[in-house]
Design a protein around this ligand. Structure first.
Ligand code: HDE
Length: 694
C-alpha cells in the first residue's frame, strides 16, 4: 500500500506552542515539533533509530525508577516547621533546642515498613515517623517510628527480621503483612521481640491516619550543653489531634476501598488548611537514673514509662505544605540517623550504632552516588562549605584552585583559602570513657524480655486487650506450622496467662502449651502505664475527623444542612454520599451534589455516618447491597450512626432494627445534629463490641 502522506501525523494540535517560551523541548533544549509519533520509513514502515527525540523520551522513561527503600518503601511526606517553646540550653547547645520562637523548616515522611511501594496503607505494620530539621547548624534527623520499642536489640539481626517479615522468597507473598510462618517463626525464636509483639498486635499498627499517631525516636540519645555536660534523652512526638486507630475488620476493608487512605488523608487535611501538629516531647535523664532503672536504657526493646520520667513538651511541629512533586521530595528524601548537630549526640545503643552505618550506605544505592545532599529536599538550608568534590551528578561545584586543607592560601595569595575548622561551634563527640574486650555479646542487662510486654498489656483498656487477643489469633491462624503457634502461646504465658488462654482458645488448641523458659525471671508487678493506651488518650472531640452523610431523594434538607454545619463548627470534614454522583433532590426540592457515589464510599472511610433519606428512597436503598454494607460496617466497627426514620428499612434488611444502641442516634430534625456531632467526639461506641462478645 502506498504511503498516504495526507495521514494525520499524530501531533497534538491543541497543544501547539505559541512561541519559543512555552514550546516543548528535548532534555538538551532543542524545540520539538512532534512528540506523538516515532520517525518511521513510511506511515506503516519500520521505526528509524535516527529519531533522537523518540529515543531520548523512551530512554528517560526506561530509567525513571530508582530502587525502592529496602524497608519503609511505602511512605508519604510533607513540609512544615518546628517552633521551640522551651529553651533547653541547660542540657544542650543545639540551637534548634535553645532558640525559642524560631521557626525551623522540617520535612516529614511517614511510612509502613514491610510493604512495597504499591502496598495498601492499612497493612498491620509499624509506621515510620522520620523528621528532618533543616537547622542553622545543619540537618538533624529523628528517624523514628510510631512505636517506642523495636523487635531486636542488635543491628546484626535486622536483615533476618526483615527477610522473615517480607514475602517468602520462593513464592513472593504475602505482601505487606506479618501473618505468615516465616515472621512468627523468627520472632518466636527471638524472645527479645516480645515487647514489640505486644505493641504490633495492638491497634497502634492500624492507625486511623498518620495525623493521629505518636512518634518516637526509640533509642536513647545524648544531649550535650555548652559546658560539655551530657544528659540522656528520648524523643517523643505527641499528636495535637489525639490518638486514634481503626479496627482490624475495618482496616481490611479500607485497603480495598481506598489503598491510599493514609496518604490521601494527610494530603487532604493539609490541602484544606487543617494543618496537623505534633508536640515534641523529651524525657531527659542522667547517668544516675540510667544506673537505677530496672532495664538498660541502651536496650531499644524497652521504654522508660512516662510515669517514671515525664515527657516534657518543648515545642510544636506543624505540617502545612504538601509536596509539589512526590518523586523529587518524598521518594528522594534521604534520612540518616547520623545526621546530628552540635549539642546532640549518639548513645551506645547497639541498634542505633548499626543504623548509623546503614542509612548512609542505603542512600548511595538508592540515590546513585555520594551527592544526594545536592538534591533540594536533602540539601541543608544553611551554608555548606567543605572540600568534598566531584562524583555522580555533582551540582554544587566550588570555584578556585584550592580543594584541600591544611593550606596556606588566603590573604595576599590571590586565592580563597576555603573553609576552616571551627573548634568552638563545630561538632564534638561527647568524650565518653569506653573500654572493654572486643567481643560479640549481648549484655546481661538486656535479658528481661517479658516484663515490659506485660506492662504494656495490662495498661490497655479491656477493649484494646480484646483487640490484641483477636490480632494474635488472626495472625497465628495464618501460620501453617502448629509448633510455631504453640511456641508463641508459650511466650504469652510469660506475659499474661489470660491472654495466652484467649489466644489458645481462638486457635482451638486442645490444651494450653507450656510456659517457655525465660532468660531472666520477669518482674510481674510493674505498674500500669495509662499513657500506653490509645483509647485512654483520645482527643474527646471530633476535630479533624470525617463525617459521611448518606442522602437520597426526599431526605430532610434542614437536617442535612445542620449536620454539615455542626461538623464544620467542630472542625471536622464532611462528605455527601448519594446513590448517584450527581446528588439527590432533598425535601426542599433542591438538588444537593454528592462527593461520592455509595458504591465508592463505604462507611469504613468515615469516622461517623448519618443517613438521611425520604421514605420511598429508604425502602429502595434497603434492597441495595452497598447501602446495607454502609450501615452494617459502621455498626460492626463501633461507629456512631445517626439516622432519620426513613432509613429504618436498611437497618431492618440487615437485622439491626432490633439491636439499635446508644451509639445509634435518631435524628428527629435539624435540632438533633449538633448533639450527634458532640457525641462523635468519643470517636467510637466501644460498648457495642463488649455486647457482641457476650
Ligand atoms: Fe530503619 N532503615 N533500620 N529503622 N528506618 C531504613 O534507610 C535500618 C530501624 C526507619 O522515610 C533504610 O533510607 C537498620 C529502627 C524509618 O525514608 C535502611 C536497622 C527504626 C525509615 C534502614 C533499622 C527505624 C527507615 C531503608 C536496624 C525506628 C524510613 C531506606 C539497626 C527508630 C525513612 C532508608 C524514610 C529506613 C536500616 C531499624 C526507622 C535500610 C539496619 C529501630 C522511619 O537504611
Amino acid at each position: 500500500m502506498a504511503d498516504d502522506l495526507s495521514l494525520d501525523k499524530g501531533g497534538a494540535p491543541h497543544q501547539t506552542a505559541k512561541g519559543d517560551a512555552d514550546g516543548m523541548t528535548t532534555a538538551q533544549g532543542a524545540p520539538v515539533a512532534n512528540d506523538q509519533s516515532w520517525l518511521r520509513a513510511g506511515a506503516r514502515g519500520p521505526a528509524l533509530l535516527e529519531d533522537h527525540i523518540a529515543r531520548e523520551k523512551i530512554f528517560h522513561f526506561d530509567h525513571e525508577r530508582i530502587p525502592e527503600r529496602v524497608v519503609h518503601a511505602r511512605g508519604y511526606g510533607a513540609h512544615g516547621t518546628f517552633e521551640l517553646a522551651e529553651d533547653l540550653s541547660e542540657h544542650t547547645r543545639a540551637r534548634v533546642l535553645t532558640e525559642v520562637g524560631k521557626k525551623v523548616p522540617v520535612f516529614v515522611r511517614f511510612s509502613t515498613v514491610a510493604g512495597n511501594q504499591g502496598s495498601p496503607d492499612l497493612a498491620r505494620d509499624v509506621r515510620g515517623f522520620a523528621v528532618k530539621f533543616y537547622t542553622d547548624e545543619g540537618n538533624w534527623d529523628i528517624v523514628g517510628n510510631n512505636i517506642p520499642v523495636f523487635f531486636i536489640q542488635d543491628a546484626m539481626k535486622f536483615p533476618d527480621l526483615i527477610h522473615a517479615a517480607k514475602p517468602a522468597p520462593d513464592r513472593g507473598f504475602p505482601q505487606a503483612q506479618t501473618a505468615h510462618d516465616n515472621f512468627w517463626d523468627f520472632v518466636t525464636l527471638s524472645p527479645e521481640s516480645m515487647n514489640m509483639i505486644m505493641w504490633i498486635m495492638s491497634d497502634r499498627t492500624i492507625p486511623r491516619s498518620f495525623r493521629f499517631m505518636e512518634g518516637f525516636g526509640v533509642h536513647t540519645f545524648r544531649l550535650v550543653n555548652a559546658e560539655g555536660k551530657s544528659s540522656f534523652v528520648k524523643f517523643h512526638w505527641k499528636p495535637k489531634q489525639g490518638l486514634q486507630s481503626v479496627v482490624w475488620n475495618e482496616a481490611l476493608k479500607v485497603n480495598g476501598a481506598d489503598p491510599d487512605f493514609h496518604r490521601r488523608d494527610l494530603w487532604a487535611a493539609i490541602d484544606a488548611g487543617d494543618y496537623p501538629q505534633w508536640d515534641l516531647g523529651v524525657q531527659i535523664f542522667d547517668e544516675a537514673f540510667a544506673e537505677n532503672f530496672e532495664f538498660d536504657v541502651l536496650d531499644a526493646t524497652k521504654i522508660i514509662p512516662e510515669e517514671q520520667i515525664p515527657v516534657r513538651i518543648v515545642g510544636t511541629m506543624t505540617l502545612d505544605e504538601n509536596v509539589d512533586n512526590f518523586f523529587a521530595e518524598t521518594e528522594q528524601v534521604a534520612f540518616c540517623t547520623q545526621n546530628i548537630v552540635p549539642g546532640i549526640d549518639q548513645s551506645n545503643d547497639p541498634l542505633l550504632q548499626g543504623r548509623n552505618f546503614s542509612y548512609l550506605d542505603t542512600q548511595l544505592k538508592r540515590l546513585g552516588g555520594p551527592n544526594f545532599t545536592h538534591i533540594p529536599v536533602n540539601a541543608p538550608k544553611c551554608p555548606v562549605r567543605h572540600f568534598q568534590q566531584d562524583g555522580h551528578m555533582a551540582m554544587h561545584n566550588p570555584k578556585g584552585r584550592v580543594n584541600y586543607e591544611p593550606n596556606s592560601w588566603g590573604e595576599g595569595t590571590g586565592e580563597e583559602a576555603g573553609p576552616r575548622e571551627n573548634p568552638e561551634r563545630g561538632f564534638d563527640s561527647y568524650p565518653e570513657q569506653v573500654e572493654g574486650p572486643k567481643l560479640r555479646a549481648r549484655p546481661e542487662s538486656f535479658a528481661d524480655h517479658y516484663s515490659q510486654a506485660r506492662q504494656f498489656y495490662i495498661s490497655q483498656t479491656p477493649t484494646e486487650q480484646a483487640h490484641m487477643g483477636s490480632a494474635l489469633t488472626f495472625e497465628l491462624s495464618k501460620v501453617g506450622r502448629p509448633e510455631i503457634r504453640a511456641r508463641m502461646v508459650g511466650h504469652l504465658r510469660n506475659i499474661d496467662d489470660g491472654l495466652a488462654q484467649t489466644v489458645a482458645d481462638g486457635l482451638g488448641m486442645a490444651e494450653l502449651p507450656g510456659k517457655l523458659k525465660a532468660a531472666k525471671e520477669p518482674i510481674a508487678d510493674l505498674p500500669e502505664s495509662p499513657a500506653l493506651s490509645i483509647i485512654r488518650n483520645g482527643p474527646g472531640n471530633f476535630k479533624g475527623r470525617k463525617l459521611g452523610i448518606y442522602i437520597a431523594e426526599g431526605g430532610d434538607a434542614p437536617t442535612v444542612a445542620a449536620l454539615q454545619k455542626a461538623a464544620k463548627d467542630a472542625g471536622a470534614m464532611c462528605e455527601i454520599i448519594a446513590p448517584h454522583v450527581s446528588g439527590a433532590k432533598l425535601s426542599d426540592g433542591k438538588m444537593v451534589e454528592a462527593d461520592e457515589k455509595i458504591d465508592g464510599a463505604p462507611s469504613v472511610v468515615y469516622d461517623a455516618v448519618a443517613i438521611v433519606m425520604g421514605e420511598e428512597s429508604g425502602r429502595e436503598r434497603a434492597r441495595d447491597k452497598p447501602s446495607q454494607d454502609f450501615v452494617s460496617d459502621a455498626f460492626a466497627h463501633a461507629k456512631f450512626i445517626a439516622y432519620t426514620d426513613a432509613a429504618m428499612p436498611i437497618f431492618a434488611a440487615i437485622g439491626l432494627d432490633e439491636r439499635l444502641d446508644d451509639g445509634c442516634m435518631k435524628l428527629s430534625g435539624a435540632g438533633d445534629a449538633s448533639g450527634f456531632i458532640e457525641t462523635c467526639g468519643k470517636l467510637r461506641f466501644w460498648e457495642r463490641e463488649a455486647v457482641k462478645q457476650d
